[in-house]
Write a protein that binds this ligand. Structure first.
Ligand SMILES: Nc1ncnc2c1ncn2[C@@H]1O[C@H](COP(=O)(O)OP(=O)(O)O)[C@@H](O)[C@H]1O
Ligand SMILES: O=C(CO)[C@@H](O)[C@H](O)COP(=O)(O)O
Length: 468
């Protein structure tokens, strides 16, 4: 039996899945939390990885890969030391920098043409511009920039040549997924000079593991990828599958054979981890809105779900725009959450819980619609991430999405995808190993209730208009 491990270093935690390389059977798993915040010393990710893998979790593992939160700016000096804590995807201070970059290149359509995406605050390129403008002393010391998964992979390979993959590189803002090349001109435009960038390795490339990296000895480290690309690989998603992930971020994405280039900026034209593409829409407020709702009502998550399920669809006209931490889609980085339509009848714990769940799902319904508008086929919606564990989310999603929702057996699909990539790197085959697949996901069905989205759309349009 050959064992492989996949690491998901996401916003809130590091999760590790150890699977059998031959058929993907789960052998063991563990996780460790990350500190809260929108910037982080990369060391905390490494320490979380060591914590999760203590007690022999990785003993006997032949290969490992890391899939991590996308976009984070890990800026390094000449000696490979981090220059400042990494700015993460959900840090919105770089929003004005993103807006400036969009203007400087000649508008959103020029960015869509150049890299398939229009930069927002999340993108690495916007963070580099912010650094150049706001911390010139730090910017002057930067010699290279990595993404979170690049940095972790680099630690595992003993600080040899840094590498990345197409999937994660496509979220930087200075890599063209369609061309398969860096756009150093765009990086220079943002930062004022060139930087050393990690080599973009092939999807199944095998890297040497450093025997002194603090992990048990292994034969290989695979190249890794971004977390959403990892989930697509873990689910073995195929064209027609729309994956909706409710984690710290809310994402809706699909695998595609051709690149996309949406000039509205709503759909990011990312690459996937296999050589294809991954059109994706991302919201900034997802599972944490549900936990914030439960906390505000003073109940646990199960009670919160029960309350939401007792209230009527549409929450009696109560609508939450769930932009608690600003928002990325729609691009309202300075927004705050907004409750509207409050009446003496609907100001109850049940209606409030329902409005919180519907608010998150309406943003994701918009995301699915945006993918469809880009020509992405929508045959099946697969719901994953921590939020998919919520009974209320699973039941209300088909009403809001207007279609059945398939919920695969709970797993850490990002880490599973990384494990599958590790097995692929070991096998040397042309395609990833055809592991047993998802089995039969539970399917949730309900009559669509378009009024839920209508009242959300009215509130959202009013906020977007006000922000102009
Ligand atoms: N039953 C549940 N109901 C609602 N939210 C949940 C539930 N279980 C976990 N979560 C939330 O899911 C989030 C973690 O999801 P995950 O997909 O692992 O996120 P990430 O990959 O960003 O770390 C946490 O915010 C957690 O509170
Ligand atoms: O920025 C994006 C996608 O573009 C986010 O999806 C991050 O990749 C963080 O993911 P989670 O921690 O929520 O899984």
């Amino acid at each position: 039996m050959t064992l492989v491990a996949g690491v998901d270093s996401s916003t809130q935690a590091t999760k590790i899945m150890v699977r059998r390389a031959e058929d993907g059977a789960l052998v063991r798993q563990a996780q460790a939390p990350h500190p809260d915040g929108t910037e982080a010393d990369p060391e905390v990710w490494w320490r979380a990885l060591l914590t999760a893998s203590k007690d022999g979790l990785l003993d006997g593992v032949s290969a490992v890969a890391v899939a991590a939160q996308q976009h984070g700016m890990v800026a390094l000096d000449d000696d490979g030391r981090v220059v400042r804590p990494a700015l993460l995807w959900n840090d919105t201070r770089s929003a004005p920098a993103a807006a400036d970059l969009v203007t400087e290149l000649g508008g959103p359509q020029e960015w869509a043409r150049a890299i398939g995406s229009v930069p927002v605050a999340s993108f690495t390129i916007s963070k580099l511009r912010w650094l150049a403008e706001h911390e010139p002393h730090n910017a002057a010391r930067v010699s290279s920039v990595l993404l979170p998964h690049d940095w972790l992979t680099w630690r595992m390979t003993g600080n040899s040549e840094p590498v990345t993959d197409r999937g994660d590189a496509s979220g930087t803002g200075y890599y063209s997924p369609a061309g398969g090349n860096y756009r150093n001109d765009l990086l220079r435009m943002a930062f004022g000079r060139d930087l050393n960038l990690p080599r973009v390795a092939a999807p199944a490339e095998r890297l040497p593991a450093d025997p002194g990296n603090g992990l048990p000895p292994m034969d290989a480290v695979a190249v890794g990828t971004g977390d959403n690309m990892g989930a697509a690989l873990g689910l073995a998603a195929s064209p027609g599958d729309i994956v909706v992930s409710i984690g710290t971020s809310g994402t809706a994405f699909a695998t595609a054979e051709a690149p996309t280039a949406d000039p509205s900026g709503v759909v990011a034209g990312f690459a996937d981890a296999t050589g294809g593409y991954l059109p994706l829409v991302c919201t900034l407020n997802a599972a944490r809105v549900l936990t914030a709702g439960a906390t505000a009502l003073g109940v646990d998550q199960d009670t919160f779900d029960g309350l939401a399920l007792e209230a009527p669809a549409g929450a009696g006209g109560l609508t939450l725009l769930p932009y608690l931490d600003g928002e990325r889609t729609p691009n309202l980085p300075n927004a705050t959450g907004q409750l509207s339509g409050v009446t003496s009848e609907n100001l109850t714990p049940g209606h409030l819980a329902r409005a919180f769940v519907e608010g998150v799902l309406c943003g994701l319904a918009d995301a699915i619609e945006a993918l469809a508008d880009e020509g992405v086929p929508v045959r099946r919606v697969l719901l994953i991430g921590g939020g998919a564990r919520s009974a209320a989310v699973r039941s209300i999603a088909p009403q809001v999405f207007g279609r059945p929702v398939a919920v695969p057996e709970p797993s850490e699909y990002v880490a599973d995808g990384a494990a599958r990539q590790a097995a692929w790197a070991l096998s040397g085959t042309a395609e990833p190993p055809g592991w047993a697949g998802l089995g039969e996901p539970g399917v949730y069905e309900a009559d669509p209730v378009p009024a839920i989205r209508d009242q959300y759309a009215a509130a959202r349009s009013a906020m977007v208009d006000q922000s102009r």
